[in-house]
Write a new protein. Structure first.
Length: 77
């Protein structure tokens, strides 16, 4: 679930980058405008993925494949 959420957040970030730089909304372009049902569903799914990804900020290193403990002095065992 974390990887899927991260992928969706990256897609959303790229879309926002395009909007910011070029005033071009790729999702709206591909799916018939911002008001179309499919665009709204995709915006909602990307937003939900962003909310899910907040949990990754507060998780320990055991999430995301990093299972090596790190000591207080910064050395790995």
């Amino acid at each position: 679930m974390d990887r899927l959420s991260l992928a969706l957040v990256i897609i959303g970030a790229i879309n926002w980058g395009l909007v910011g730089l070029f005033q071009f909304d790729l999702i709206a372009f591909l799916f018939g405008g911002q008001a179309s049902l499919i665009s709204r569903v995709l915006y909602t799914v990307v937003g939900a993925a962003g909310l899910w990804s907040i949990s990754m900020l507060f998780a320990g290193h055991e999430r995301g494949g990093m299972k090596t403990p790190v000591h207080a002095d910064g050395a790995n065992p």
